[in-house]
Ligand binder design. Structure first.
Ligand code: SF4
Ligand code: SF4
Length: 204
């Protein structure tokens, strides 16, 4: 699941300065689960924009905003989009990009895209993966330090953990403690003897 958080409404309003006739596209998958772009949030956004003097021409809630492949598929959901002068997407960055590639209008995003995460037992898990493009998670028994260690240490731990809690964020387990516990449980502590080379952060 792509993790998003809603931008403050004032920021969205500022982004839409000079725009009117707004069409809103929500996302009925990840953003709906996170309450950043499902039907209640879209309707709330319509109301708040209208209250702020904006004109919302209509809205649509595709299954996933990132799955939109044509303008016609948006028209099928609500042909009011033909009256729009801009689109506000309440999904993740991929949803914004997918829609911007099929419409000839300015496209804005109402959310910040944070990471790939999940949820379990009602708890939202952030930063399970930061989509680095070179997955080495298997070398750590299936827990990713690039995503879950605030220092992104590939050869951890840093030594600052207290009682298994991270020194940067005391409310979070040190992922290196979790990696150790997990590798011990599966009898693969040998993986900790591997030294990982520094990451290449250059752009080709
Ligand atoms: S190494 Fe970590 S951040 Fe990179 S793709 Fe794998 S899980 Fe995601
Ligand atoms: S305490 Fe653990 S998770 Fe926190 S910065 Fe150090 S190694 Fe990373």
């Amino acid at each position: 699941m792509i993790i998003t958080s809603a931008k403050p409404f004032e920021e969205i309003l500022d982004m839409l300065k000079g725009e009117d006739d707004i069409f809103i596209v929500g996302c009925n998958v990840c953003a709906a689960k996170l309450k950043t772009g499902g039907e209640p949030e879209v309707l709330n956004m319509c109301r708040n924009l209208e209250k702020s003097g904006k004109h919302v021409v209509g809205w649509a809630l595709p299954t996933a905003s990132c799955s939109i492949r044509s303008f016609e598929s948006l028209v099928e959901k609500n042909d009011k989009i033909n009256e729009a002068s801009c689109i506000l997407v309440m999904g993740c960055g991929s949803g914004v990009s997918a829609i911007a590639s099929v419409v000839d209008l300015p496209v804005y995003g109402s959310n910040n895209t944070i990471s790939l995460g999940g949820s379990t037992g009602g708890e939202l898990l952030l930063n399970l993966c930061v989509m680095c493009g070179d997955c080495t998670i298997s070398k750590y028994g299936g827990l990713c330090p690039k995503a879950q260690c605030p220092k992104a240490l590939l050869n951890g731990p840093c030594g600052g953990a207290v009682n298994g809690m991270c020194e940067v964020n005391r409310e979070k387990n040190c992922v290196w403690s979790l990696i150790y516990d997990h590798l011990k449980k599966i009898n693969r502590l040998d993986l900790l003897y591997i030294t990982h080379a520094p990451l290449e952060h250059g752009v080709n």
